[in-house]
Design a protein around this ligand. Structure first.
Ligand SMILES: *Cc1c(COP(=O)(O)O)cnc(C)c1O
Length: 366
């Protein structure tokens, strides 16, 4: 069986380094808000090119904290793609704000910038872009709209650590394309820890201080509470694991790009629609999503031939029971995507033979 994602194999490559960092933490006996957090968040800020990085408990909290710190709440609208993972939308709802869904571009699966302006009202406060499946959103139009209507931009970078866009000949990484960005380090992400973890990156000094305080019971110093905060911290063990793995992120992303290129050049089956990308550095291939009409039959066929796949995601947020109030709304492109997509195995540890086998099996599908 070719596994969709072999997490054991992924992390075992770094076993000695991780062992030794965890041993140091055990020896020191310091588990939260310590040196490991300091080191990793500095290194991750540098990696993204931002002034600040704040470690938090998970990706959902990262987005939630950004919206809280920006001061948005009941009556405020935030624009978000309709086909995202539900966490992006939950972060908006959790703050009492209204998520305003926008259809994606069928070719990139990212928010369609041409459909945003018609959704902007006097209550709109921000646009949340999601670099879905690992592909950086092309930001030009979104930057223009934010300027024109005085809106904040929030990035959901949970799937795209290391992806970048070309800004006047220079590559700028996700996390550094907006007012603030949320990252997830859930184990299966391109940069994943051994449990839950997340981070916010930003260039805004004031926002960074505020997020740091809100994430730590609203305190700017011990037992001194200036906000009604929450508890959302990145623990020392996760920070250490992430700091080890960050060194290999570019190499891992490069391997994903190689596999993606091989798939895109060698999968030849008129029943299968391959993913498109702007250019090499804009995509880090968190998942390799193809589309096909009889998706469930294709998935069964792959499984019968020893290939494990996953659907990202089977049901769009507006059709979920949690958002009953939206169940009657229609987002045809989003719905079409959710009905036809399937993700083929891609990861830094999948072998050349496995990749070849996937291509052979897919090409034989009738
Ligand atoms: C994984 C993910 C999140 C949430 O991250 P958690 O760490 O699981 O809370 C948010 N948005 C997107 C697009 C994701 O893929």
């Amino acid at each position: 069986m070719i596994k969709f994602l072999d997490l054991e194999k992924i992390n075992n490559r770094f076993r000695d380094e991780i062992d030794s960092r965890i041993k140091t933490i055990l020896d020191k006996g310091w588990y939260l808000q310590g040196e490991e957090n300091e080191i990793f968040t500095q290194n991750f800020a540098q990696y993204c090119g931002t002034k600040h990085c704040i470690g938090v408990a998970n990706g959902l909290d990262a987005l939630n904290l950004i919206i809280k710190a920006m001061g948005f709440g009941v009556g405020d609208e935030i624009i978000v793609p309709a086909n995202t993972y539900i966490a992006s939308i939950l972060a908006i709802s959790q703050n009492g704000c209204t998520p305003v869904l926008v259809e994606p571009d069928i070719n990139t699966y990212n928010i369609n910038p041409d459909l945003i302006e018609e959704k902007i009202t006097s209550r709109t406060k921000a646009i949340m872009v999601v670099h879905l499946y690992g592909q950086a959103v092309q930001m030009e139009k979104i930057w223009e709209l934010a300027k024109k209507y005085n809106l904040k931009i929030i990035e959901d970078s949970a799937q795209a650590h290391g992806a970048g866009v070309n800004v006047e000949g220079e590559i700028k990484r996700v996390g550094n394309l907006s007012d603030a960005s949320g990252f997830s380090f859930y184990p299966g992400k391109n940069l994943g820890c051994m449990g839950d973890g997340g981070a916010v990156t930003t260039n805004d000094d004031e926002l960074a201080q505020k997020i740091k305080a809100i994430a730590n019971y609203g305190s700017d110093r011990k037992y001194h509470h200036i906000y009604k905060g929450i508890n959302s911290r990145l623990d020392e063990i996760q920070a250490a694991v992430l700091d080890v793995k960050l060194k290999y992120l570019d190499k891992d992303n490069q391997r994903r790009r190689e596999i993606s290129k091989y798939y895109r050049e060698n999968i030849k089956n008129e029943k299968i629609i391959l993913p498109k990308t702007y250019n090499e550095h804009s995509h880090v291939w968190h998942v390799f999503v193809v589309r096909t009409q009889e998706r469930d039959r294709f998935q069964q066929y792959l499984s019968d031939n020893g290939i494990q796949t996953i659907i990202h995601y089977p049901t769009p947020p507006h059709k979920q029971e949690a958002y009953k109030e939206w169940n009657n709304l229609s987002f045809p492109i989003t719905e079409k995507i959710h009905k036809t997509i399937i993700s083929l195995p891609i990861s830094p540890v999948i072998t050349d033979d496995e990749v070849k086998k996937v291509v052979e099996v897919v090409n034989k599908y009738e």
